[in-house]
Design a protein around this ligand. Structure first.
Ligand SMILES: NC(=O)c1ccc[n+]([C@@H]2O[C@H](COP(=O)([O-])OP(=O)(O)OC[C@H]3O[C@@H](n4cnc5c(N)ncnc54)[C@H](O)[C@@H]3O)[C@@H](O)[C@H]2O)c1
Length: 333
Protein backbone atom coordinates (compact mmCIF):
# COMPACT_ATOMS: atom_id res chain seq x y z
CA UNK A 1 0.00 0.00 0.00
CA UNK A 2 1.16 3.58 -0.66
CA UNK A 3 0.35 5.94 2.20
CA UNK A 4 0.61 9.73 2.36
CA UNK A 5 0.91 11.63 5.66
CA UNK A 6 0.63 15.42 5.94
CA UNK A 7 2.42 17.04 8.88
CA UNK A 8 4.78 14.07 8.86
CA UNK A 9 7.64 15.88 10.61
CA UNK A 10 5.33 16.53 13.55
CA UNK A 11 4.53 14.37 16.55
CA UNK A 12 1.59 12.18 15.52
CA UNK A 13 2.36 12.17 11.78
CA UNK A 14 5.90 10.88 12.30
CA UNK A 15 4.74 8.05 14.57
CA UNK A 16 2.09 7.05 12.01
CA UNK A 17 4.66 7.08 9.21
CA UNK A 18 6.97 4.93 11.35
CA UNK A 19 4.19 2.40 11.91
CA UNK A 20 3.42 2.04 8.19
CA UNK A 21 7.10 1.83 7.17
CA UNK A 22 7.62 -0.78 9.88
CA UNK A 23 4.80 -2.83 8.34
CA UNK A 24 6.50 -2.69 4.92
CA UNK A 25 4.35 -0.02 3.23
CA UNK A 26 5.58 2.82 1.04
CA UNK A 27 5.19 6.16 2.81
CA UNK A 28 5.25 9.64 1.28
CA UNK A 29 4.83 12.75 3.40
CA UNK A 30 5.03 16.51 3.52
CA UNK A 31 5.40 19.15 6.18
CA UNK A 32 5.70 22.92 5.90
CA UNK A 33 7.93 22.94 9.01
CA UNK A 34 5.85 25.49 10.93
CA UNK A 35 5.97 23.13 13.87
CA UNK A 36 7.81 20.00 12.77
CA UNK A 37 11.34 18.75 13.29
CA UNK A 38 13.26 16.96 10.52
CA UNK A 39 14.76 14.66 13.15
CA UNK A 40 11.30 13.13 13.59
CA UNK A 41 11.27 11.81 10.02
CA UNK A 42 11.53 8.04 9.88
CA UNK A 43 14.13 6.37 7.72
CA UNK A 44 12.83 5.26 4.35
CA UNK A 45 10.21 7.98 3.92
CA UNK A 46 9.84 10.02 0.74
CA UNK A 47 9.62 13.54 2.18
CA UNK A 48 8.93 16.92 0.66
CA UNK A 49 8.96 20.23 2.50
CA UNK A 50 5.68 21.66 1.25
CA UNK A 51 2.39 23.07 2.45
CA UNK A 52 -0.36 20.47 2.11
CA UNK A 53 -2.78 23.22 1.11
CA UNK A 54 -0.82 23.72 -2.11
CA UNK A 55 -2.85 21.67 -4.60
CA UNK A 56 -0.27 21.78 -7.38
CA UNK A 57 2.55 20.61 -5.10
CA UNK A 58 0.37 17.87 -3.60
CA UNK A 59 -0.84 16.31 -6.85
CA UNK A 60 2.49 14.70 -7.88
CA UNK A 61 3.07 13.47 -4.31
CA UNK A 62 -0.34 11.80 -4.30
CA UNK A 63 0.11 9.88 -7.54
CA UNK A 64 -0.61 6.21 -6.84
CA UNK A 65 -1.47 6.85 -3.17
CA UNK A 66 -4.14 4.58 -1.66
CA UNK A 67 -4.54 6.18 1.73
CA UNK A 68 -4.09 9.75 3.04
CA UNK A 69 -3.69 10.75 6.69
CA UNK A 70 -4.17 14.45 7.20
CA UNK A 71 -2.22 15.40 10.34
CA UNK A 72 -0.79 18.74 9.13
CA UNK A 73 -2.15 21.58 11.24
CA UNK A 74 -1.29 24.37 13.60
CA UNK A 75 -2.96 22.72 16.55
CA UNK A 76 -2.81 25.54 19.09
CA UNK A 77 -6.34 25.77 20.40
CA UNK A 78 -5.72 28.45 23.06
CA UNK A 79 -3.79 30.68 20.68
CA UNK A 80 -6.52 30.39 18.05
CA UNK A 81 -8.64 32.81 20.12
CA UNK A 82 -6.06 35.48 19.31
CA UNK A 83 -4.80 34.23 15.93
CA UNK A 84 -7.81 32.98 13.97
CA UNK A 85 -6.38 33.76 10.52
CA UNK A 86 -3.23 31.64 10.69
CA UNK A 87 -5.15 28.82 12.38
CA UNK A 88 -7.90 28.85 9.74
CA UNK A 89 -5.22 28.74 7.03
CA UNK A 90 -3.39 25.77 8.54
CA UNK A 91 -6.41 23.83 9.80
CA UNK A 92 -9.22 24.49 7.34
CA UNK A 93 -7.75 25.91 4.11
CA UNK A 94 -4.94 23.34 4.02
CA UNK A 95 -7.56 20.59 4.38
CA UNK A 96 -9.34 21.96 1.30
CA UNK A 97 -6.09 21.86 -0.68
CA UNK A 98 -5.18 18.32 0.34
CA UNK A 99 -8.72 17.10 -0.31
CA UNK A 100 -8.75 18.63 -3.78
CA UNK A 101 -5.45 16.99 -4.69
CA UNK A 102 -6.54 13.65 -3.15
CA UNK A 103 -9.85 13.58 -5.01
CA UNK A 104 -8.13 14.54 -8.23
CA UNK A 105 -5.64 11.67 -7.82
CA UNK A 106 -8.41 9.17 -6.93
CA UNK A 107 -7.07 8.36 -3.46
CA UNK A 108 -9.02 5.47 -1.91
CA UNK A 109 -9.46 6.69 1.68
CA UNK A 110 -8.91 9.98 3.51
CA UNK A 111 -8.37 9.89 7.29
CA UNK A 112 -8.82 13.32 8.85
CA UNK A 113 -7.46 14.25 12.28
CA UNK A 114 -10.10 16.40 13.89
CA UNK A 115 -10.08 17.35 17.56
CA UNK A 116 -12.03 17.12 20.79
CA UNK A 117 -12.39 20.90 20.35
CA UNK A 118 -15.34 20.06 18.02
CA UNK A 119 -17.46 19.38 21.12
CA UNK A 120 -16.87 22.76 22.82
CA UNK A 121 -18.81 23.05 26.09
CA UNK A 122 -20.81 19.90 25.21
CA UNK A 123 -21.73 17.47 28.00
CA UNK A 124 -18.80 15.16 28.85
CA UNK A 125 -17.98 12.40 28.25
CA UNK A 126 -18.25 13.48 24.62
CA UNK A 127 -19.92 11.00 22.29
CA UNK A 128 -19.68 11.08 18.52
CA UNK A 129 -23.45 11.46 18.04
CA UNK A 130 -23.42 14.62 20.16
CA UNK A 131 -23.94 17.86 18.26
CA UNK A 132 -20.64 19.53 17.38
CA UNK A 133 -20.55 22.97 19.02
CA UNK A 134 -17.01 24.34 18.89
CA UNK A 135 -16.35 27.50 20.88
CA UNK A 136 -13.04 28.75 19.53
CA UNK A 137 -11.50 29.34 16.08
CA UNK A 138 -9.47 26.11 16.25
CA UNK A 139 -12.53 23.97 17.00
CA UNK A 140 -14.52 25.83 14.35
CA UNK A 141 -11.81 25.27 11.73
CA UNK A 142 -11.49 21.58 12.65
CA UNK A 143 -15.24 21.06 12.45
CA UNK A 144 -15.48 22.99 9.19
CA UNK A 145 -12.72 20.70 7.91
CA UNK A 146 -14.85 17.68 8.86
CA UNK A 147 -17.80 19.03 6.86
CA UNK A 148 -15.54 19.59 3.90
CA UNK A 149 -14.07 16.08 4.16
CA UNK A 150 -17.58 14.59 4.20
CA UNK A 151 -18.72 16.69 1.28
CA UNK A 152 -15.72 16.29 -1.02
CA UNK A 153 -15.30 12.57 -0.26
CA UNK A 154 -18.98 11.78 -0.80
CA UNK A 155 -19.10 13.78 -4.02
CA UNK A 156 -15.94 12.31 -5.51
CA UNK A 157 -16.22 8.74 -4.23
CA UNK A 158 -13.44 8.64 -1.60
CA UNK A 159 -13.89 6.70 1.64
CA UNK A 160 -13.26 8.79 4.73
CA UNK A 161 -12.86 8.38 8.46
CA UNK A 162 -12.77 11.28 10.92
CA UNK A 163 -10.55 10.67 13.93
CA UNK A 164 -11.21 12.75 17.03
CA UNK A 165 -8.16 12.35 19.26
CA UNK A 166 -7.82 13.48 22.85
CA UNK A 167 -4.69 15.07 24.27
CA UNK A 168 -1.86 12.89 23.06
CA UNK A 169 1.43 12.56 24.90
CA UNK A 170 4.72 10.86 24.12
CA UNK A 171 8.21 11.21 22.73
CA UNK A 172 8.73 13.64 19.80
CA UNK A 173 6.08 16.07 20.97
CA UNK A 174 7.28 19.64 20.53
CA UNK A 175 8.15 20.76 24.06
CA UNK A 176 9.40 24.29 23.40
CA UNK A 177 6.01 25.54 22.17
CA UNK A 178 4.51 27.90 24.79
CA UNK A 179 1.07 27.70 23.17
CA UNK A 180 0.22 24.01 23.54
CA UNK A 181 1.08 20.57 24.98
CA UNK A 182 0.62 21.15 28.69
CA UNK A 183 2.53 18.04 29.82
CA UNK A 184 5.58 18.84 27.67
CA UNK A 185 5.59 22.47 28.80
CA UNK A 186 5.53 21.37 32.43
CA UNK A 187 8.35 18.85 31.92
CA UNK A 188 10.50 21.36 30.03
CA UNK A 189 10.00 23.95 32.78
CA UNK A 190 10.61 21.53 35.66
CA UNK A 191 13.82 20.33 34.00
CA UNK A 192 14.91 24.00 34.00
CA UNK A 193 14.08 24.21 37.72
CA UNK A 194 10.97 26.33 37.03
CA UNK A 195 7.55 25.81 38.60
CA UNK A 196 4.71 24.79 36.25
CA UNK A 197 2.25 27.53 35.33
CA UNK A 198 -1.42 26.53 35.69
CA UNK A 199 -4.33 28.50 34.20
CA UNK A 200 -7.29 28.89 36.57
CA UNK A 201 -7.60 26.54 39.55
CA UNK A 202 -6.09 23.51 37.76
CA UNK A 203 -9.20 21.41 38.33
CA UNK A 204 -9.95 21.19 34.58
CA UNK A 205 -10.56 17.54 33.64
CA UNK A 206 -8.63 15.96 30.81
CA UNK A 207 -7.67 12.52 29.52
CA UNK A 208 -4.34 11.84 27.91
CA UNK A 209 -3.50 9.11 25.39
CA UNK A 210 -0.05 7.74 24.88
CA UNK A 211 0.89 8.14 21.24
CA UNK A 212 1.03 4.40 20.45
CA UNK A 213 -2.48 3.99 21.85
CA UNK A 214 -3.54 6.58 19.30
CA UNK A 215 -1.51 5.20 16.37
CA UNK A 216 -3.04 1.70 16.65
CA UNK A 217 -6.67 2.84 16.15
CA UNK A 218 -5.54 5.25 13.43
CA UNK A 219 -3.93 2.34 11.55
CA UNK A 220 -7.20 0.48 11.86
CA UNK A 221 -9.13 3.52 10.56
CA UNK A 222 -6.97 3.59 7.47
CA UNK A 223 -6.86 -0.13 6.72
CA UNK A 224 -10.04 -1.80 7.97
CA UNK A 225 -11.95 -2.96 4.91
CA UNK A 226 -15.19 -1.15 4.23
CA UNK A 227 -14.84 1.32 7.12
CA UNK A 228 -16.06 4.68 5.89
CA UNK A 229 -18.19 7.72 6.77
CA UNK A 230 -17.45 7.29 10.49
CA UNK A 231 -16.47 9.82 13.15
CA UNK A 232 -14.59 8.11 15.98
CA UNK A 233 -13.15 9.46 19.23
CA UNK A 234 -9.69 8.26 20.19
CA UNK A 235 -8.83 8.59 23.82
CA UNK A 236 -9.08 6.71 27.08
CA UNK A 237 -12.26 7.01 29.13
CA UNK A 238 -10.87 5.10 32.08
CA UNK A 239 -8.31 7.57 33.43
CA UNK A 240 -9.55 11.12 33.82
CA UNK A 241 -7.12 13.52 35.43
CA UNK A 242 -6.93 17.18 36.39
CA UNK A 243 -4.18 19.59 35.45
CA UNK A 244 -3.24 19.71 39.16
CA UNK A 245 -2.90 15.89 39.17
CA UNK A 246 -0.81 16.06 36.03
CA UNK A 247 1.60 18.49 37.71
CA UNK A 248 1.75 16.25 40.81
CA UNK A 249 2.55 13.09 38.81
CA UNK A 250 5.25 14.90 36.83
CA UNK A 251 6.76 16.36 39.99
CA UNK A 252 6.94 12.83 41.45
CA UNK A 253 8.56 11.45 38.31
CA UNK A 254 11.09 14.29 38.29
CA UNK A 255 11.56 14.44 42.09
CA UNK A 256 10.61 18.11 41.84
CA UNK A 257 9.53 20.26 44.79
CA UNK A 258 6.15 21.40 43.47
CA UNK A 259 4.63 24.85 44.10
CA UNK A 260 2.66 25.61 40.92
CA UNK A 261 2.18 29.19 39.77
CA UNK A 262 -1.55 29.81 39.30
CA UNK A 263 -2.54 32.47 36.77
CA UNK A 264 -5.91 33.71 35.43
CA UNK A 265 -8.13 31.34 33.42
CA UNK A 266 -7.58 31.25 29.69
CA UNK A 267 -10.52 32.65 27.71
CA UNK A 268 -12.78 29.96 26.23
CA UNK A 269 -10.96 27.06 27.92
CA UNK A 270 -13.26 24.06 28.29
CA UNK A 271 -13.64 22.91 31.91
CA UNK A 272 -14.14 19.24 31.30
CA UNK A 273 -13.02 17.54 28.10
CA UNK A 274 -13.31 13.78 28.35
CA UNK A 275 -14.64 11.41 25.73
CA UNK A 276 -16.39 8.09 25.43
CA UNK A 277 -14.28 5.37 23.81
CA UNK A 278 -17.26 3.02 23.27
CA UNK A 279 -17.37 3.48 19.51
CA UNK A 280 -13.60 3.06 19.12
CA UNK A 281 -13.74 -0.12 21.22
CA UNK A 282 -16.58 -1.49 19.11
CA UNK A 283 -15.32 -0.57 15.64
CA UNK A 284 -11.57 -0.57 16.10
CA UNK A 285 -10.88 -2.86 19.05
CA UNK A 286 -9.48 0.16 20.88
CA UNK A 287 -7.88 -0.36 24.27
CA UNK A 288 -5.62 1.67 26.52
CA UNK A 289 -2.31 -0.16 26.80
CA UNK A 290 -0.16 2.54 28.38
CA UNK A 291 -1.18 4.21 31.65
CA UNK A 292 -0.84 7.95 32.14
CA UNK A 293 2.09 7.49 34.51
CA UNK A 294 3.91 5.17 32.08
CA UNK A 295 3.28 7.55 29.18
CA UNK A 296 4.50 10.56 31.11
CA UNK A 297 7.53 8.68 32.29
CA UNK A 298 8.56 7.81 28.73
CA UNK A 299 8.05 11.44 27.74
CA UNK A 300 10.18 12.65 30.65
CA UNK A 301 12.92 10.26 29.59
CA UNK A 302 12.82 11.49 25.97
CA UNK A 303 12.86 15.19 26.92
CA UNK A 304 15.69 14.53 29.38
CA UNK A 305 17.72 12.85 26.63
CA UNK A 306 17.14 15.79 24.28
CA UNK A 307 17.69 18.38 26.99
CA UNK A 308 15.45 21.22 28.19
CA UNK A 309 15.04 24.08 25.69
CA UNK A 310 14.02 27.73 25.86
CA UNK A 311 10.44 28.28 24.71
CA UNK A 312 10.07 29.59 21.19
CA UNK A 313 7.29 32.13 20.48
CA UNK A 314 7.13 31.04 16.86
CA UNK A 315 3.55 31.99 15.96
CA UNK A 316 2.12 35.48 15.50
CA UNK A 317 -0.47 36.95 17.86
CA UNK A 318 -2.97 38.58 15.52
CA UNK A 319 -5.30 40.21 18.06
CA UNK A 320 -3.59 42.20 20.78
CA UNK A 321 -6.42 42.19 23.29
CA UNK A 322 -6.80 42.66 27.07
CA UNK A 323 -7.91 38.99 27.11
CA UNK A 324 -4.48 37.83 25.97
CA UNK A 325 -2.91 35.76 28.78
CA UNK A 326 -0.04 37.56 30.47
CA UNK A 327 2.03 34.37 30.04
CA UNK A 328 2.08 34.95 26.28
CA UNK A 329 2.02 38.76 26.27
CA UNK A 330 5.02 39.03 28.59
CA UNK A 331 6.56 35.72 27.47
CA UNK A 332 6.57 34.28 30.98
CA UNK A 333 6.60 30.61 30.00
N1 LIG B 1 -1.47 16.10 19.85
C1 LIG B 1 -2.70 16.15 20.30
O1 LIG B 1 -2.93 16.12 21.50
C2 LIG B 1 -3.85 16.20 19.32
C3 LIG B 1 -5.15 16.04 19.80
C4 LIG B 1 -6.21 16.12 18.91
C5 LIG B 1 -5.97 16.33 17.57
N2 LIG B 1 -4.70 16.47 17.13
C6 LIG B 1 -4.49 16.69 15.69
O2 LIG B 1 -3.56 15.73 15.21
C7 LIG B 1 -2.76 16.31 14.20
C8 LIG B 1 -1.29 16.16 14.54
O3 LIG B 1 -1.02 16.87 15.75
P1 LIG B 1 0.40 16.85 16.44
O4 LIG B 1 0.19 16.88 17.88
O5 LIG B 1 1.24 15.79 15.82
O6 LIG B 1 0.94 18.29 16.03
P2 LIG B 1 2.38 18.71 15.52
O7 LIG B 1 2.42 20.19 15.57
O8 LIG B 1 3.45 17.94 16.21
O9 LIG B 1 2.34 18.22 14.01
C9 LIG B 1 1.64 18.92 13.02
C10 LIG B 1 2.59 19.12 11.86
O10 LIG B 1 1.88 19.74 10.79
C11 LIG B 1 2.76 20.64 10.17
N3 LIG B 1 1.92 21.59 9.43
C12 LIG B 1 1.19 22.62 9.91
N4 LIG B 1 0.53 23.24 8.89
C13 LIG B 1 0.86 22.55 7.77
C14 LIG B 1 0.52 22.72 6.41
N5 LIG B 1 -0.31 23.68 6.01
N6 LIG B 1 1.08 21.89 5.50
C15 LIG B 1 1.92 20.90 5.89
N7 LIG B 1 2.29 20.70 7.18
C16 LIG B 1 1.75 21.52 8.10
C17 LIG B 1 3.59 21.23 11.28
O11 LIG B 1 4.81 21.76 10.82
C18 LIG B 1 3.78 20.03 12.19
O12 LIG B 1 4.97 19.35 11.90
C19 LIG B 1 -3.22 17.76 14.06
O13 LIG B 1 -4.17 17.84 13.04
C20 LIG B 1 -3.86 18.05 15.39
O14 LIG B 1 -4.84 19.07 15.28
C21 LIG B 1 -3.64 16.41 17.97
Amino acid sequence: MKVFVSGVAGFLGSHLADAFIHRGHEVVGCDNMIGGDLQNLPEGIQFEEADCGDVDRMKPLLTGVDLVYHCGAIATEGLSVFSPAIIAKHVYANTAGLLAASASKRVGRFVYCSSMARYGHGKPPFREDQRAAPIDPYGIAKYAGELLVQNVCDTHGMEYVIAVPHNIIGPRQKYDDPYRNVASIMINRMLQGKQPIIYGDGEQNRSFSFVQDCVDPLLEMGTQKGLSREIINIGPDDEVTTINDLARILAELLSFDLHPIYVADRPQEVRSATCSADKARKLLGYETKVTLREGLSSMVQWIREHGPKPFEYHLPIEIDSPLLPETWKSRLI
